[in-house]
Structure formats: structure tokens, C-alpha cells
Unconditional design. Structure first.
Length: 381
């Protein structure tokens, strides 16, 4: 004789805006299309007075905790991420009740609206590893967020580039570094680390998606982010969320070999003015033709671009250049990216010769260092 197992029906009530924010973060991980349709869903788990929302694409996962809810009964439900997010966006400003029915469906209702979304069996959702407290590191939250902001854009966007499609965490000798590169540029951020934080050296590459997700969930008032590094994955825990990611395999490029050592040409430039000149010089650029000729001379900088079957641009930018003339090619978009994350109104551009990378470097009062390299392009004849 078979025994019927009674399923507990989830029932919670909360503010639509707060729910939508948490659901939006979790839904950003769930793929819109997948060979495994169950991954297009979010798992809602209500227990012990807390509603947890989990999303994953198997490489990156996040579990968001929502504590400001009124819970009538505990339970779990698996609901389509895109539909759930769309419904909550339209209900912002209202109190929302979320409950399940005996058919594993999810009912979202307010005073004047009711939506019944078909759900799936929660047990079909991938089981995520529990938080492991052994060997946990504590990193300063605000510094880590700023380091991610200054490095993520330099990582390669394609998974086929192995270790370059993530951000390297290099922790040793009482210093923490985040490094990203796509082979054409490199961004490195370094901060001092306490002896307590460096319990053992860490050298792992984390998917860029996971690091940007962590950047979103760190609260403004948080002091630390807990980090647990395992052989194949890493977990980050904040006050209200846990981000998990499968570590990227492969060998990260030996970045220390390319860090600047002797650049003799140093130019003090206004950040906004130089950014404006770069934008003008790239107005005619195409996907296949992005190189701009930078001609540094005593009379100033001339930026020129010739794009086949499109046209030509020429921009003059005044600067003090007391060195031998230098003509070199760069992708101006790589400079534009770094200028957006600098904290000062002026910056120093370091040059050497036509074969060496251009360098932007910044140092703060707390001992932090930011280094950004842009490799030159071949201008042809």
C-alpha cells in the first residue's frame, strides 16, 4: 500500500518592491533558454520566518534571503523566473501575498489582482552545496566592491577564452589583488590585507558574472564579505545573500610579467576632456575597424582614424608633451572604460614606445594600487 505524503503549502506576505528586488537579482542568474528547462525557474523556500530565493545556471548560483515577510505557513515552490519577475514589477507599491496550491502552482495576489502561475516540482531543482565554515576568509566589503568595479570590464566576454573570461583573486603576503585581462588590456586592483585574512594563499579565477553579482548584493552598511574557497567552487556570503560559483579551469596568464617597470613618458591629462576627445575620434569606428592613430608631438596630440568605405576623423587635443614624437595605435574604447572608473579629475598616462603598453596608474591613501594596461595596435602601412 502506497503512503501519501502531504506537501506543505507555502504562504507569505511582503512588500512588492522588496520582493521584486530580491527576485530580480536571483532571476539575473536563471537562463532564459537552457537544455535543462528547470534552470529557468527560481526556487522559493519559506522556513524559520525567512523566505529564500535561489537561482542558478549551474556555473553561478545565488540564494537571497528576505527576512521582512509575514509567514503563515512554510513550504517550497519552483516558479518561472521571467514570469514571476514581470508580475512583481507591476505590483510595486503594494503588499503581495505568495502561496502555493496542491498542484505545485504559485499564486501571487494583491487587493485587486490575482495571478496563478504553473509551477514545477521543487525536488527537480539542482541541490546547491551548503555553506562551509572551515577556512573562511573575511574581506572588506566596500573595498571588494570597488575592486570588482575597476576590473570586471577587462575580462574576456567569451567562455572559449578559458581563464581569461573571469576575474583572478590573488591573495597572499598580506595583500589582495583582483586581476582581469582579455589579452589586449589588463586591469589590476590591489589592497592591503590583514594577517588574519590571509590564512592561506588563494589563487583562483571566478566567473565575471559571479563577481558582478556579488557587487550587486553587498549592502552599503556591510563591513565584511565572507569567502569560502573549495577545490572546485567558491562561495561568498553577505548579510542577505550567498553567491556560489564554479571556479574557472585553466592557467591565468602570468600577469606580473607585464606590469610596468620603466615608462619614461608621463603625461598629466584631464579625465573628462580626454574622454571627450576619445569619443569624437571613435565616432566613425566599426566593429572591424577600431584602431585610432595617436600622434604625440610637442604641439599636442592628434587622433586620427581611417575607416574603409566609411570615412575619416581627425581630433586635436592640447597637452604638454616634452618628449620625442611618438605615433602609436590604440583602441580608444579601452581607454574610455578605465576613465569611467577613475576617482580623480586628472590622471597620468604613461608611455614608452610603439611596442609597449600604455599605462594608467592610481594609488590611494590606504595603500591601494590600481594599474591598467592597454596594448598597442598594429596601424599597418
Amino acid at each position: 500500500m502506497s503512503v501519501m505524503v502531504e506537501k506543505s503549502c507555502l504562504k507569505v506576505r511582503g512588500d512588492a518592491k522588496e520582493l521584486a528586488e530580491a527576485i530580480g537579482i536571483a532571476a539575473s542568474v536563471a537562463p532564459s533558454k537552457s537544455p535543462r528547462p528547470v534552470l529557468q525557474n527560481l526556487l522559493l523556500d519559506a522556513r524559520d520566518g525567512v523566505l529564500e530565493v535561489t537561482g542558478t545556471d549551474l556555473d553561478v548560483a545565488i540564494r537571497v534571503r528576505i527576512e521582512r515577510v509575514d509567514m503563515t505557513s512554510e513550504g517550497r515552490v519552483l516558479v518561472n523566473a521571467a514570469r514571476f519577475q514581470q508580475i512583481l514589477r507591476e505590483l510595486v507599491g503594494e503588499q503581495v501575498e505568495i502561496e502555493t496550491d496542491e498542484r505545485a502552482g504559485c499564486i501571487i495576489s494583491t487587493g485587486d489582482s490575482r495571478f496563478h502561475v504553473m509551477g514545477e516540482e521543487p525536488d527537480d531543482f539542482p541541490e546547491l552545496g551548503a555553506w562551509k565554515g572551515d577556512g573562511v576568509l573575511q574581506l572588506p566589503a566596500s573595498a571588494l566592491v570597488e575592486m570588482i568595479r575597476r576590473t570586471h570590464f577587462a575580462a574576456h566576454p567569451e567562455k572559449t577564452r578559458y581563464a581569461m573570461n573571469g576575474i583572478l583573486i590573488d591573495l597572499k603576503d598580506q595583500r589582495l589583488r583582483l586581476v582581469a585581462t582579455d589579452g589586449k588590456r589588463l586591469s589590476m586592483c590591489e589592497r592591503p590585507a590583514t594577517a588574519e585574512a590571509v590564512k592561506a594563499p588563494v589563487f583562483v579565477v571566478v566567473p565575471t558574472k559571479a563577481m558582478q553579482l556579488l557587487q550587486r548584493v553587498v549592502g552599503s552598511g556591510e563591513e565584511h564579505v565572507e569567502v569560502s574557497v573549495e577545490p572546485a567552487q567558491v562561495q561568498f556570503r553577505t548579510a542577505h545573500a550567498t553567491v556560489m560559483a564554479r571556479l574557472i579551469e585553466g592557467h591565468f596568464p602570468p600577469y606580473e610579467d607585464v606590469l610596468p617597470k620603466s615608462h619614461d613618458k608621463k603625461l598629466q591629462l584631464p579625465r573628462e576632456g580626454f574622454l571627450s576627445a576619445l569619443r569624437r575620434a571613435s565616432l566613425l569606428a566599426t566593429k572591424d575597424s577600431q584602431a585610432v592613430r595617436f600622434r604625440f608631438a610637442r604641439e599636442g596630440l592628434e587622433l586620427t582614424a581611417r575607416v574603409p568605405e566609411v570615412g575619416e576623423s581627425r581630433v586635436q587635443f592640447p597637452l604638454d608633451y616634452p618628449f620625442d614624437e611618438l605615433t602609436i595605435g590604440f583602441n580608444p574604447a579601452f581607454f574610455a572604460d578605465v576613465l569611467k572608473v577613475l576617482s580623480t579629475t586628472e590622471f597620468v598616462l604613461q608611455l614608452k614606445d610603439t611596442r609597449s603598453a600604455a599605462v594608467v596608474q592610481e594609488q590611494d591613501k590606504d595603500g591601494g594600487v590600481f594599474v591598467y594596461l592597454v596594448m598597442p595596435l598594429n596601424l599597418g602601412a
